[in-house]
Ligand binder design. Structure first.
Ligand code: SME
Length: 141
């Protein structure tokens, strides 16, 4: 379904917006799904679905900043146990963040939040990593 949404359109904001809507409306038990896009040394809020969120996250801060800085996916079963977690929505209990990487360069991250503890598993991570690759290749960055 994601590949279909991306077909014929390379605008990154439009594609991220539709992928955020697709994730939020098809993956069960999410309270937030969206993007932070890299600007300088900060991740800046991009297209998303859910409650309004914090706008700027320095690399290295929170789950998003950790995934961005280390350029690897971070799966957090219990956000209360993650030192430095940034609570944008108090309802969030677990989180999955997957980096967008092109030729070794960080472009941003995909962030999924759930009100359920332990919502995400390695299969979710692998699926979102595939989605990240589709987006990186399917947009002009
Ligand atoms: N919890 C994230 C911040 C972004 S919100 O969840 C939308 C973090 O710790 O990086």
């Amino acid at each position: 379904m994601a590949a279909g949404i991306l077909t014929g359109e390379r605008d990154r904001i439009a594609n991220c917006a539709n992928i955020a809507a697709l994730m939020f409306n098809t993956l069960p038990d999410l309270n937030w799904a969206g993007f932070y896009l890299l600007q300088g040394a900060e991740l800046v809020l991009g297209p998303f679905q859910g409650k309004p969120a914090c706008v700027r996250i320095p690399l290295g801060r929170g789950v998003c900043g950790t995934a961005g800085q280390q350029m690897r996916s971070v799966l957090v079963p219990d956000v209360h146990a993650f030192p430095g977690h940034i609570a944008c929505d108090a309802a969030s209990r677990s989180e999955l963040v997957v980096p967008l990487i092109q030729d070794g360069r960080l472009l941003g991250v995909i962030d999924l939040d759930s009100p359920l503890p332990n919502r995400f598993d390695p299969a979710d991570q692998a699926g979102i990593e595939t989605l990240a690759t589709l987006l990186v290749d399917g947009c002009d960055w």
